[in-house]
Design a protein around this ligand. Sequence first.
Ligand SMILES: Cc1cc2nc3c(=O)[nH]c(=O)nc-3n(C[C@H](O)[C@H](O)[C@H](O)COP(=O)(O)OP(=O)(O)OC[C@H]3O[C@@H](n4cnc5c(N)ncnc54)[C@H](O)[C@@H]3O)c2cc1C
Length: 285
Amino acid sequence: MPGEILVVGGGLIGSSIAWRLARKGAQVTIADAGNLGGEASSAGAGMLSPGAEFDKPSVWRDLGFESLLLYPSFVEELQAETGIDTDFRMFYPDDGIVDPAALLRALHCACESRKVRIMREHVTSVEPRDYAGVVIAAGAWSGQVRVNSMTLPAVTPIKGHLIGFQMGPGALGPVRRHGETYVLQRSSGFLIAGSNEQDVGFDRTVDAAICEDIHRRASRLFAPLEHATPVKRWIGFRPRLVEGDGPRIGRVEGTNVWLAYGHYRNGILLTPVTAQRIADEIESS
Ligand SMILES: Cc1cc2nc3c(=O)[nH]c(=O)nc-3n(C[C@H](O)[C@H](O)[C@H](O)COP(=O)(O)OP(=O)(O)OC[C@H]3O[C@@H](n4cnc5c(N)ncnc54)[C@H](O)[C@@H]3O)c2cc1C
């Protein structure tokens, strides 16, 4: 693939696209405003549950199942390249978990060893003529990037809280979930309880009352939490498109610009399918 591909955003979506492109021999640069994926991708819980998330036919559901099928080979290839274990586990055929922070570490490591250039840069505008291709994958900030005279689909940050407990490894077993409330456990024993949704812009405050409410709800799903003390509380911004159903994954017609954002509650699940689609489209363009 001749020419440089610029990927704006180094979260799970941008980094996985960069990795897939680099594997195809492309020359890739990631520009990330922060500490490479320190936003939604490392904040997320890591449930891979299209069955539990979507009870009616939808674009989300189709993409979710397609992506879950790709997960085993995706993490296996990453682990083979990097030696990093992403704590990917399947409890039931359509229900798994992964540690998104470990997945992100593995992707960055794989990108580095495949000579992807990584720039710390807040991109405010891009001139697509300067590149063979441009991918916008800046999560909840994607709509703020100016690309020529295009109007990109707008995104809203949907804030979510999570709390974490240190428990004995294996204490929980499979993910437990009821409505908005869920608990899951990493192999290390770290147990995560979530969540909530707030449409309040980029407010980074961790609200103690919301964390207490999550703690109460989670204790109903897993009684040992009732007397446990959270060791960590944090928030993240899910990127939700203002209009339309499903994320934007594909080319802006008639241009060399691809959009890969708006994954909302399921960007960790949808990472493999997004990376595969965008990288294949760019390769065949
Ligand atoms: C509380 C919570 C729980 C979640 N749980 C799950 C779950 O269990 N399962 C699941 O599948 N999904 C889950 N999600 C959703 C998932 O985390 C997101 O959909 C996904 O991480 C989005 O990835 P991304 O790469 O698009 O965005 P991000 O991870 O937000 O990455 C965007 C990147 O772009 C960079 N950036 C921003 N602006 C610019 C700019 N102007 N120039 C350059 N770089 C820029 C940022 O620094 C960041 O690194 C959860 C999210 C939250 C908040």
